[in-house]
Write a protein that binds this ligand. Structure first.
Ligand code: ASP
Length: 260
């Protein structure tokens, strides 16, 4: 059985010249996820491993490298989804959890809920034994914007799909703002019977356009992943003030099984 993994580090190009560390982090992330799949691990294990590497790198707008809110705090969002069972978990507006993607998985596996936010999510994560941090953990990127939100989709050897997304949100956001990333169906959606999709871009526009569920449903309805993503980007552009040329969407469907 073949397996497959795709990751992204947010919208926008990473130029080779000045971004060697970011590219190295992406390579480490791919290695972590790919090794998991190769050993026969689940797609869920793979996407979580891949995203956790990027959260820890401090080079992307997720985990340690997250951007600040308008009042110079950090409010992180993350989500995971399992395409075999349609189970999902997410956290929003958390600032004390080292790896929000692990907390999202814990919400899915160890709570009756899909989304926990703020202090409640942090208390839950602590009770789950996850590593907690203080605000000094974050990389303060005063003069430099970190690369984008991170995400991963994977197909494992048993033919199951999964996806994960993690972000610090948009820079200078109002405290309490929640974007698309931790919302199931928006920042990501996975269904073995359709495909897996993850989004990055301006969360408000992604939510208004209908998000990742539309992509997976279009694939289920017979469109190719390429067509489904193009359709979603057209909807986003119709809503945006300016045409985005750097919107990133990743989608994988059953065809991915034919990739090495
Ligand atoms: N979609 C994320 C958000 O709006 C940001 C991003 O993808 O860069 O929170």
């Amino acid at each position: 059985m073949n397996y497959s993994l795709a990751i992204h580090g947010g919208a926008g190009a990473i130029r080779r010249r000045d971004n060697v560390p970011a590219r190295a982090a992406l390579a480490r992330s791919l290695d972590a996820g790919y090794e998991t799949l190769k050993q026969g691990g689940s797609s869920l294990d793979a996407v979580v491993a891949a995203v956790a590497v990027l959260e820890d790198s401090g080079l992307f707008n997720a985990g340690r490298g997250s951007v600040q809110t308008g009042d110079a705090r950090y409010e992180l969002d993350a989500a995971v989804m399992d395409g075999a069972t349609l189970r999902a978990g997410a956290v929003a507006c958390v600032s004390r959890i080292r790896n929000p993607v692990l907390a999202a998985r814990a919400v899915m596996e160890h709570s009756p809920h899909v989304l926990l936010a703020g202090a409640g999510a942090e208390r839950f994560a602590r009770h789950q034994g996850l590593r907690m941090i203080s605000s000094s953990y974050f990389v303060k990127a005063k003069h430099k914007t970190p690369h984008g939100t991170v995400g991963a989709v994977a197909l494992d050897q048993r033919g199951n799909l999964a996806a994960a997304t993690s972000t610090g949100g948009v820079s200078g956001k109002l405290p309490g703002r929640v974007g698309d990333s931790p919302l199931i169906g928006q920042g990501l959606y996975v269904d073995n019977a359709g495909g897996a999709a993850g989004a990055t871009g301006v969360g408000e526009e992604i939510i208004r356009a209908g998000g990742s569920l539309l992509i997976v449903e279009a694939i289920r309805g017979g469109r190719s992943p390429q067509e489904a993503c193009e359709q979603a980007v057209r909807r986003l552009n119709a809503l945006a003030d300016v045409e985005h040329r750097d919107i990133g969407e990743i989608a994988r469907e059953w065809l991915a099984r034919s990739l090495p």
